[in-house]
Ligand binder design. Structure first.
Ligand code: ADP
Ligand code: MG
Length: 702
């Protein structure tokens, strides 16, 4: 069999897919499940019983002995608890059983998952509920059933529930607008997501020797290697054989799970890579991204690599993000962000485009917050990643289009320009509507928006919850203003509303270079927020505006919003706390051990030279010794300050105040320690250090 034929056969072989359901379920049951998936209707228990029986049979045939409700608690990770299918009989034998009730509902002990005060520990009970819209799959001998997770009182304790709610909210508002605009055939719209995942691969043995990587996912000290990314020789470069073998295996594992991994390449930084899947419905894409991250780590382990998903594993080297490509598509197959041949007359496109622009402008701080984490704060605003200012890049074509809208004229541009490459032999093709802008946090890329702020390690659920809800809100506001009109009057009214919206929100549009200082100044003039850190942005999450947005569209209750506020802040402080402790330990023990050993040898050398040669000699050694001595004295002072401040941080009771202190004091203390630690490390030969240096970590893979 050819590789391609094998791939066609193996793709999704571990997924309880629509195809399998169609083949194996009785027709009426299949239809009922389909209705639930498409329309979100309630599923009866007899239907669930039948699906469970068929699912179990299929799972056992494919090697499963257990099943698990798989969910996404607010840790940002996934959680699972496995039960076997076995049911003991009176005669000492067993049978394999799996009921509809077990499929539909689980009751994990919820007390050890973060709830942000939503659930007292004595009310330990939590529920998981089957999400039939994301297919079940087999992994490591278990049948995985994607589920939503909630408390005994019904509050969402996970990321899936609000995501599903936000998809429904957006669909409801979009369908109302589309019906008014004459598209009555549309029953539902779906958000589609393609999330490009960046990651680093380093040698597993190197990884194990660094406490900072093991405990915090990023290096806390480390002098830069003499080579960094300045040669720009890694991006799209030839993939090294070992890495290529890893990528090959990774693709295969992902394909079996029905994850459409499509593109792979080297990224800008040494040892950094990217994987992009073909886009899918938001809910499935989020599940698949969580799985992708897990499989990436697992396959790395097999290849003796460690896969780093932290947003900023190395100082001075690009960090990793997860570009969230986002669009809205009707159940009739219409991509609402596709400008088409005549964008000027494509009213649904113009309305949805404007709704996105207004949403991003109105809710920029919340959108910024949706990607905030201790890790991502190192990346946003760094000069390789989008700035913390949320703005939109539309490209020339759409900018012209909107100028016409503003002037009240009909835009006549076609959206497509012929490409001339100056050689007859080269093929002729039309250019895309937009050039690429790599510096914008929110860029229009032809028929979708690319939100570039999410960090590489986080679930993309949050970003999409906010995006969907904010756009739903803008659509509902537009609908209210145009719903009383019909025919030509409607078109006129739509254009008038679009014009007004554009005038109100065009400050968020920016086609220039987002990495420059000029833009920071300009954005300030325009009144755009520049929220550099999580603690600075956090108050917006519980602002009246935010509460109103989320409660109006039934995405979060007020309690759910406040619980997430607590969890985010706690998580931020805890992450930096662990970093502070790890750094102290690493500097005091590992670096100091190497430093002292080297100083000892240098001193020995110096004494020997002096006694042998008598007189002025050993200048070189003496110079190094002196520098090491000064650096270590400063390092020690900085360490004492870090230690004292860490104690102060621990004592703080107010969560926002505490997080603010970690940001303002602890991170600064850590920078200071690092400054001197790196100065010392740069002088110490590798053989004295018990951990691998940057040069080894970043350039040793062949
Ligand atoms: P680049 O790195 O140049 O931005 P990639 O090809 O790496 O482009 O990634 C583009 C991503 O956008 C892919 O995951 C792709 O499937 C996704 N995408 C394409 N069309 C849509 C759409 N309509 N909705 C959501 N995502 C989309
Ligand atoms: Mg890409």
């Amino acid at each position: 069999m050819t590789d391609a034929a094998k791939l066609t056969e193996e793709f999704g072989c571990l997924v309880f897919s629509d195809k399998i359901m169609r083949e194996r379920l009785p027709k009426d049951i299949y239809k009922a499940v389909h209705k639930t998936i498409e329309r979100g209707t309630h599923l009866e228990l007899d239907v669930a019983n039948c699906v469970a029986a068929v699912m179990k049979e299929w799972a056992i045939e494919n090697g499963a002995t257990h099943f698990t409700h798989w969910f996404q608690p607010m840790t940002g990770l996934t959680a699972e608890k496995h039960d076997s299918f076995i049911s003991p009989m009176d005669d000492g034998t067993i049978i394999m059983e799996f009921s509809g009730k077990e499929l539909v509902k689980g009751e994990p002990d919820a007390s050890s998952f973060p709830s942000g005060g939503l659930r007292a520990t004595f009310e330990a009970r939590g529920y998981t509920a089957w999400d039939p819209s994301s297919p079940a799959f087999i992994k490591d001998g278990s049948l995985y059933i994607p589920t939503a997770f909630c408390s005994y009182g019904g509050e969402a304790l996970d990321k899936k529930t609000p995501l599903l709610r936000s998809m429904e909210a957006l669909s409801a508002e979009a369908v109302k607008v589309l019906h008014l605009l004459g598209h009555e055939e549309v029953n539902r719209v779906n958000t589609t997501i393609g999330s490009e995942q960046e990651y680093f691969l380093i040698d597993k043995d190197d990884y194990k020797m660094r406490k900072d990587l093991l405990f915090t996912g990023r290096t806390l000290i480390g002098a830069p290697a003499t080579k960094g990314q300045e040669m720009e020789d890694h991006y799209f470069g030839v993939i090294k054989p070992k890495v290529s073998a890893y990528m090959h295996d990774l693709d295969e594992e992902l394909w079996k799970l029905g994850i459409p991994a499509k593109t792979k390449h080297n990224e800008v930084a040494p040892s950094q890579h990217e994987l992009a899947p073909v886009f899918e419905t938001a809910n499935i894409a989020v599940d698949h991204n969580q799985l992708t991250m897990e499989v990436m780590k697992k396959v790395a382990d097999k290849h003796n690599f460690a896969c780093l998903l932290h947003e900023k594993p190395f100082e001075g080297i690009n960090g990793s993000g997860k570009h969230n490509n986002w669009s809205v598509c009707t159940d009739t197959g219409m991509n609402l962000l596709d400008p088409g041949k005549n964008p000027g007359e494509n009213i649904p496109f113009l309305v949805f485009l404007m709704a996105v622009i207004s949403a991003v402008d109105d809710y920029a701080p919340i959108l910024r917050l949706s990607v905030a984490s201790a890790g991502n704060d190192h990346r946003l605003g760094g000069n390789e990643a989008p700035p913390a200012i949320v703005s939109i890049f539309l490209g020339e074509e759409l900018a012209h289009l909107l100028e016409s809208v503003e002037a009240g004229e009909v835009y006549k541009g076609s959206g497509k320009v012929q490409m001339a490459m100056g050689a007859q032999v080269l093929p002729h093709f039309t250019k895309d509507n937009t050039d690429r802008n790599r510096t914008s946090p929110f860029a229009f890329t032809g028929n979708k928006f690319e939100f570039r702020m999410p960090g590489s390690s986080v679930s993309v659920a949050n970003a999409n919850i906010v995006l969907n809800t904010a756009v739903a809100e803008e659509l509902s506001k537009i609908y209210e203003r145009i719903s009383a009109y019909k025919g030509e009057e409607l078109t006129e009214k739509v254009m008038e509303v679009l014009r007004e919206e554009l005038l109100a929100h065009k400050r968020v549009l920016f086609n220039g270079n987002g990495y420059t200082e000029e833009w920071v100044a300009e954005a300030k003039k325009r009144g755009l927020a520049n929220l550099k850190s999580l603690p600075e942005a956090m108050p917006y999450w519980i602002s009246d505006e935010s509460v109103e947005l989320f409660t109006k569209h039934k995405i979060f209750t007020k309690e759910e919003i406040f619980s997430r506020y607590d969890i985010l802040l706690e998580n931020y402080s805890k992450s930096i706390h662990i970093e502070a402790l790890t750094m102290q330990e690493m500097v005091r023990k590992d670096l100091t051990e190497g430093l002292v050993a080297y100083q000892k040898d240098l001193t020995k050398e110096l004494v020997q030279k002096k006694s042998l040669l008598d007189g002025a000699c050993g200048e070189h050694e003496l110079g190094i010794l002196k520098t090491l001595d000064t650096a270590s004295a400063e390092m020690s002072k900085a360490l004492s300050k870090l230690e004292a401040d860490t104690k102060i941080a621990e004592e703080k009771e107010d969560l926002l105040d505490q997080a603010g202190f970690y940001e303002e004091s602890i991170l600064k203390d850590m920078d200071k320690v690092r400054e001197y630690a790196d100065e010392a490390e740069a002088l110490i030969p590798d053989k004295y250090l018990s951990y691998p240096t940057y040069g080894q970590l970043l350039f040793s893979l062949r």
